[in-house]
Design a protein. Structure first.
Length: 143
């Protein structure tokens, strides 16, 4: 499988994992769509929308192979940065609901969708980084 196909498949799966349970809040499964539509979550919830939009733009930039305002490498790193930022904002917020965390364990309140988003975005960033490193090494070996 070439890097373009792998990058496209990872982006499609990243969009799909947005609709899996990301967080558990008061025994409710909150997928990305429910998290954004919830009235009880502060305004940082809209930052979560960056993940599917960046994935869609990444798919279009990979398949179109045209010159866009942003590079493919930037679109591959945006979901990873956003997922880490959301994790930090949600779990290290001092004004958060004290009942949100059950028995102080923050990892029990993250769903499989969040870990899938984090893993897929890490793989997507690695694939794009690995591609740039290989092309640079091939360029230097031709001299």
């Amino acid at each position: 499988m070439n890097r373009t196909a792998l990058s496209t498949v990872l982006s499609v799966f990243l969009i799909g994992s947005f609709f899996m349970p990301l967080f558990y809040w008061h025994s409710f499964e909150m997928n990305g769509f429910n998290f954004i539509l919830s009235e009880h979550i502060p305004s940082y919830k809209y930052l979560l929308l960056v993940i599917p939009f960046a994935s869609v733009f990444h798919i279009f930039s990979v398949l179109g192979e045209g010159n866009y305002f942003f590079s493919q490498k930037l679109f591959s790193f945006i979901p990873l940065i956003t997922a880490v930022a959301i994790f930090m904002i949600v779990f290290f917020n001092k004004n958060a609901d004290p009942e949100f965390f059950e028995a102080g364990n923050i990892f029990s309140n993250t769903g499989s969708g969040f870990w899938l988003v984090l893993g897929l975005s890490l793989l997507l960033a690695f694939v794009r980084l690995h591609k740039d490193r290989i092309s640079f090494l091939e360029m230097n070996s031709s001299f």
